[in-house]
Design a protein around this ligand. Structure first.
Ligand code: FE
Ligand code: FE
Ligand code: ZN
Length: 280
């Protein structure tokens, strides 16, 4: 099954996102768990979440990918920022427990001067606190482009985060590979697809890869910029993206578009990608 969706807004509710996804030919979607800028949080109506769950089951959706807001920074050396991140992540996970198989994507954050090792230790400490042994939600570390002091810019840093958490936490962790980010981070995923995935497997372990953010990039490999481009209009190109969605190690994963588009643009990209998909 080809699972493909895009980023949607949660503002109209959970069941509404499922309906919107259906209307554009998607069978999964991503959304921000809360306003990416604001700090207020309103717990969603359980009936609304249940409505989404039954729609997803009826239409054979892959689990939605909940994306933590950009205001989180688990790597931060500032207590107040880490406290907010910890509380809000725990709150998000408690909502996600209502969605079977939920995936919760987060940015490892930026160390902002305290150094890579201290930043990673802070991330691990928060994960140890917010993840509970019996939970159903899997937290995904997103691979980053390496802007500023951003962590997770190379496979080794992602591995180091996973190695730093308690053993009981590790089964609830996975990775989300962002194709724009890793290309900007120096991995030529569009051209050296096999070699990059081999590296991923060697350093992180391919079994930990649970989702793909499918984006083209406005910048060449290694640019460390993080500017997403529409599918086929950037440096990865349609040939590169086509290789990615059909690759034997990736094709069964859910793909989430985060390209600069409105709904009609996403619908066109989903149709385009469905046309590029090869038979098993
Ligand atoms: Fe992200
Ligand atoms: Fe992303
Ligand atoms: Zn990005």
């Amino acid at each position: 099954m080809f699972y493909i969706g895009c980023h949607l807004s949660v503002s109209d509710g959970y069941a509404a996102m499922g309906k919107t996804a259906l209307s554009i030919g998607a069978n999964t979607f991503q959304y921000f768990t809360r306003n990416p800028r604001g700090r207020g949080f309103k717990r969603p109506d359980p009936a609304d979440v249940a409505g989404l769950v039954s729609l997803m089951q009826e239409h054979g959706f892959a689990p939605p990918l909940a994306h933590a807001p950009y205001t989180f920074n688990p790597a931060s050396g500032v207590d107040r920022i880490r406290d907010y991140t910890r509380e809000a992540m725990a709150e998000d996970i408690s909502v996600l427990e209502e969605i079977p198989g939920a995936l919760y994507n987060f940015h490892p954050g930026a160390h902002v001067g305290i150094g890579v090792e201290a930043g990673i230790a802070n991330i691990a400490a928060i994960l140890n606190e917010v993840i509970t042994p019996g939970q159903g939600t899997t937290l995904l570390i997103e691979t980053m482009a390496g802007k500023g002091t951003e962590l997770g810019k190379c496979f080794e840093e992602v591995r180091a985060i996973i190695d730093s958490v308690d053993a009981s936490v590790r089964p609830h962790l996975g990775v989300c590979l962002d194709t724009c980010h890793i290309s900007d981070g120096g991995y030529d995923i569009a051209r050296d697809t096999d070699a990059v995935l081999e590296q991923f497997d060697h350093i992180i372990g391919i079994q930990l890869l649970r989702a793909v953010h499918l984006n083209d990039s406005k910048n060449p490999v290694g640019a460390a910029k993080d500017r997403h481009e529409k599918i086929g209009e950037g440096f990865l190109g349609l040939a590169g993206i086509t290789k990615i969605i059909n690759h034997p190690l990736l094709r069964d994963l859910p793909f989430y578009l985060e390209t600069p588009n409105e709904l009609d643009g996403y619908a066109r990209e989903i149709a385009l990608l469905r046309g590029q998909r090869t038979e098993e």
